[in-house]
Design a protein around this ligand. Structure first.
Ligand code: MOS
Length: 735
């Protein structure tokens, strides 16, 4: 079952509208509707609030501002990750960023709440905000740590000397804009009081983080907060934690003693859930004429919110990518009065590889060398900064296989040399690497008396395929047909997982489920082989084969259902676990990553500079794949996001107010079907990484976006001879 292209088991529920999302849990009772009023200044202070008209509007039950909001727990920086911390809201008159919640209106209907929100009168004294990254990017400080706990700076050898002595050099600045996760389902929650408890239906990626964050904010016992999130309409980082949609709904639900639901509008999503920081990246590469890198430096400056420090690990990727004796990486922050930076798909790797892999293309051009060959020449034998072997690195195979399948030998050798009618044609490529993570995860597998299995975990399915692959793992582990395995995910009352994020969800939860099945098999065999009533009595459990709902040992067999009915009339269960990577020696003894190589062909209109992607092919090495269908969808989704990063995505700040001016899908462009050709494919090399986990599988959610934008950018250069380093590459930058 593992490795088969099984159709999504939750697909029919989604296609028929029966999958229940956070805003749709009617079983909680008739809800009230909340609507958030956001600040219309980016920095300053509220000087007057008048809620009288709003409170008198039809259907309104509550208008909450800092003047009447309940006391809340403080953010606790000793909790290592932001997503588990309290997030007090409406705590005072100060405004920290444009759109920050300054009032919550709760009414009988959504329309009433939204209408009354307009009647809340607020006056401000606006202060001088720091909104413009360009103005303040030299005013930097060193972050305490870099996201995922990585060091801020690294140095190996003597970069200055190595770079000075290099025969061929690249020294360029690349900039990347604010980017957003923007899942189809906006951040939403519905909070229902049940006695002293709160049931929180919320669209989130990490269930126990949501529970702890709600509990800490409302100063409740976490056991009294029950997160329910069976379906999530996409996350991409924006739902790793919860936000105002949940905290404010919870405060209102407790105040009113009724269920309250609250969704962010799309425009509010742009202001209230955080974004990928904007960055300015200096990349320096020094090499010999043979293409051998002597020196690599990647220095990154990016924005942070002053209250919630976040340093995306943008310069960390190059630490494990290419060999070079002299190396330097650094991260710096400049505080701006903008919403917090946060994890957005492939945090760090996505913007970092866009720059580094563009710089590698510039180096190849300066050397007159094929960019595939340049990368192969700099393939390391051990992780060059950690000095440990790679667990399972097949980057060169990805490069060679991709080049072969793509027809890379037809690449225009000289930029701007191939034209088809109006179109200048270019080829580009890039490498991809992404770290693989493992976190503490527990999964429970229950066998019911009717012989069906239920897999219980607080792990979420954010659209990635958790339902399907856990079904496959359970079916294989217990020898059951797929239709007799049911997945019950996304409840904080179930055993705790590391959730969906960082590309770790599938491998953590599958490995834990695999172990739970093994423990359950042992329980069943102990019961049957030790029982004179079983045909398996006295047989050696080591020879047992589980298939089709039966256990066979030699010529004897018995149905699982009968073993359960006889020994465990209420069903039987077992748990399996994975442990934190820091406690697993494989993760310190080896550099465990996923790899890929992207190839893109673009056409650029010679007159208008319109850029069209014509085809794209990427080859990946990710260890073992649970399900080629869900895997392909993850990988292609990532690749397409890379196309967006190269050509389209960019949120623009109004330097007067700190507002994002293009905060909707009309103004913030993402690739749509018309932008993406049918000729796009993701190929995965056969693999198994025995250092990663017992199933040999590694995460695939984010490696697709790593480097894919650079392949497109490099193709644009190859087509036009124009190098744009200020992403996205929009038409006016090419003219
Ligand atoms: Mo991902 S940015 O860890 O959801």
């Amino acid at each position: 079952m593992i490795g088969q292209a099984v159709d999504r088991v939750d697909g029919p529920l989604k296609a028929t509208g029966r999958a229940t999302y956070a805003y749709e849990h009617w079983e909680a009772g008739q809800p009230l509707y909340g609507f958030i009023v956001g600040a219309t200044i980016g920095k300053g202070r509220i000087t007057r609030i008048d809620t009288e008209d709003a409170e008198g509007a039809p259907g309104v039950q509550l208008v909450m501002t800092y003047l009447n909001a309940p006391a809340q727990g403080p953010r606790d920086e000793s909790i290592p990750f932001e997503y588990w911390r309290a997030q007090p809201m409406l705590t005072g008159p100060d405004v920290h960023f444009y759109g920050e919640p300054v009032a919550l209106v709760v009414a009988e209907t959504f329309e009433q709440a939204r209408d009354a929100a307009d009647l809340v009168e607020i006056e401000y004294r606006a202060g001088r905000g720091r909104f413009d990254f360009g103005e303040f990017e030299d005013d930097t400080y060193i972050p305490k740590t870099v996201n995922a706990g990585l060091p801020t700076d690294t140095a190996v050898g003597d970069f200055d000397a190595g770079f000075a002595g290099a025969e061929v050099k690249v020294d360029e600045q690349y900039t990347t804009p604010y980017e957003f996760s923007l899942p189809i389902e906006p951040n939403a929650s519905m909070v229902a009081p049940r006695g002293e408890d709160l049931v929180v239906y919320v669209s989130c990626q990490i269930t126990d983080a949501a529970r702890d964050s709600v509990a800490a904010t409302l100063m409740m016992d976490p056991e009294r907060v029950h997160i329910v999130t069976p379906f999530v309409g996409g996350g991409f980082g924006s739902k790793l934690g919860i936000h105002s949609e949940t905290i404010l709904a919870a405060l209102a639900a407790r105040t009113l003693g009724r269920p309250v639901k609250l969704t962010l509008t799309r425009q509010q999503v742009f202001q209230l859930v955080g974004m990928r920081p904007t960055s300015n990246q200096r990349v320096r590469l020094g090499a010999g004429r043979d293409g051998q890198l002597a020196a690599i430096a990647h220095d990154v400056t990016m924005h942070t919110n002053p209250d919630v420090e976040f340093a995306e690990q943008t310069a960390a990727t190059v630490r494990s990518l290419y060999a070079a004796p002299h190396r330097l990486t650094s991260h710096r922050l400049t505080a701006l009065d903008l919403p917090r930076g946060t994890d957005v798909r492939a945090p760090g790797e996505a913007p970092g590889m866009l720059s580094v892999e563009s710089a590698m293309d510039e180096l190849a051009d300066a050397l007159g060398m094929d960019p595939v060959e340049l990368r192969i020449r700099n393939e390391p034998t051990v992780d060059p900064e950690r000095n440990v072997p790679y667990s399972d690195r097949h980057l060169v195979e990805c490069l060679r296989e991709g080049a072969r399948r793509f027809g890379w030998e037809n690449r225009p050798a000289t930029p701007a040399s191939v034209r088809e009618g109006r179109w200048l044609i270019g080829y580009g490529m890039s490498a991809a690497i992404r770290g693989h993570f493992q976190g503490p995860t527990t999964v429970r597998v229950r066998l019911e008396p009717d012989g069906t299995a239920v897999i219980q975990t607080d792990m979420t399915d954010i659209g990635t395929g958790t339902y399907t692959i856990l079904t496959q793992v359970g079916a294989e582990g217990l020898g059951l047909p797929l239709e007799r395995v049911r997945i019950d995910p996304g409840r904080s009352d179930h055993p705790s997982s590391w959730g969906s994020g960082g590309s770790w969800g599938a491998t953590n939860s599958s490995t834990a489920a695999h172990r739970a099945c093994a423990a359950l098999r042992t329980k069943l065999l102990d019961a049957a082989c030790g029982d004179t009533r079983s045909p398996l009595h006295g047989r050696d459990p080591a020879d047992a084969v589980f298939s089709d709902g039966n256990v066979a040992i030699g010529d004897a067999s018995e149905a699982l259902r009968e073993i359960v009915a006889r020994h465990h009339p209420d069903g039987v269960e077992a748990e399996g676990k994975t442990r934190f990577m820091g406690d697993d020696p494989n993760y310190s003894d080896y550099s465990i990553n996923t790899y890929g190589a992207h190839f893109a062909e673009v056409g650029v209109d010679a007159d208008t500079a319109e850029i069209r992607l014509r085809r794209m092919l990427s080859v990946f090495s990710v260890g073992r794949v649970f399900n080629p269908k869900t895997a392909r969808s993850q990988l292609i989704g990532g690749m397409i996001w890379g196309v967006g990063a190269a050509l389209e995505e960019e949120a623009v700040v109004d330097p007067r107010s700190g507002a994002f001016v293009n905060r909707d899908f009309a103004g913030y462009l993402v690739p749509v079907h018309g932008d993406i050709p049918a000729d796009i494919d993701a190929v995965v090399l056969e693999g198994y990484d025995d250092k990663a986990n017992a199933l040999g599988a590694k995460g695939i959610g984010e490696v697709g976006i790593c480097g894919s934008g650079a392949a497109v950018a490099n193709a644009v250069f190859n087509a036009t001879g124009v190098r744009v380093r200020d992403f996205p590459i929009t038409i006016e930058k090419l003219l």
